[in-house]
Design a protein around this ligand. Structure first.
Ligand SMILES: [Zn+2]
Length: 269
């Protein structure tokens, strides 16, 4: 079976296990069905997700020029505490920023390797955690805008990591902790204007990933350097494909790459 398309992060559905979909213009690949099959992936060039030109991807699927100018990748995306739409102040496009920033956001902890703090729009639950490869997550607070989530996160970062150890995540190695206890403990460190939005009865979210076996040593596939790769898919976790030979492929870091996929019909394992 032959497919072609521009890589974007996989769509997900919170089933048991998570269902992963790769969305190409003319095809929708159900990644769970590709597990156990040999896949050949070829890199054919770039297509910026914003201007659609064949320009080298700089970051987040965008070419350099788009990354510098598009409101979709302003600095407040990565640093929510810099959000200013609630003050009516523009970064790159106030209408867009109001639409995205002035909606409910959550402050959460998630465990993909170790408990970490993060923020996201409420509409991104549980997508964000699936994308991180987190097995467990707890919502600490739900606030009305991105700025409040950001300052809550900044305060909690003093006490908890905000980074995922992606190698450990892919090897399925993680600290076993009581996430609800950690969430409750964090509340005291929140700024007062965030504390009033605390989740009084935090629930534990649990996520199962479709992985047959986890890699020992990890080899990271970079399609720019190795434009053709062939391997048997062993599973999907976070936004990574995991192959039988311990190669992992981060789809999210490869957004905007034009690719060709050949999938063998017969299962290898
Ligand atoms: Zn562009």
């Amino acid at each position: 079976m032959h497919y072609e398309g521009v890589l974007r992060k996989m769509l997900t559905e919170h089933a048991n296990p998570v269902q992963y979909l790769l969305n190409f213009k003319d095809d929708l690949l159900i990644m769970n069905q590709l597990i156990g099959r040999k896949i050949k992936i070829q890199f054919d060039g770039y297509e910026c997700l914003n201007c659609h030109k064949n320009k080298k991807i700089f970051r987040q699927g965008f070419c350099y020029d788009c990354f510098q100018s598009s409101p979709k990748v302003g600095e407040w995306i990565m640093k929510p505490e810099l959000s200013k739409a609630h003050l009516d102040e523009e970064d790159r496009d106030l209408d867009y920023e109001k639409k995205v920033q002035l909606q409910p956001h959550i402050i959460y902890i998630a465990n993909s390797s170790n408990p970490k703090v993060g923020v996201t729009r409420s509409s991104q639950v549980p997508t964000r955690w699936i994308d991180q490869g987190a097995h467990e997550a707890v919502i600490i607070a739900e606030v009305p805008n991105r700025y409040l989530a950001g300052i809550g996160e900044v305060a909690l970062k003093e006490h908890l990591s905000d980074k995922t150890k992606w190698r450990q995540m892919l090897q399925n190695k993680r600290d076993e902790v009581d996430m609800i206890e950690v969430a409750k403990e964090m509340i005291q460190y929140l700024p007062d204007e965030v504390k009033e939005h605390v989740n009084k009865e935090p629930a534990l979210w649990q996520i199962e990933f479709p992985v047959n076996s986890y890699p020992d040593k990890i080899k990271s596939l970079n399609l720019e350097k190795n434009p053709v790769f062939e391997g048997v898919l062993n599973g999907v976790k976070g936004q990574y494909l995991i192959f039988e030979d311990d190669t992992v492929f981060n789809i999210r870091n490869s957004e905007g790459y034009v690719t060709t996929w050949d999938v063998s019909i017969k299962k290898s394992t």
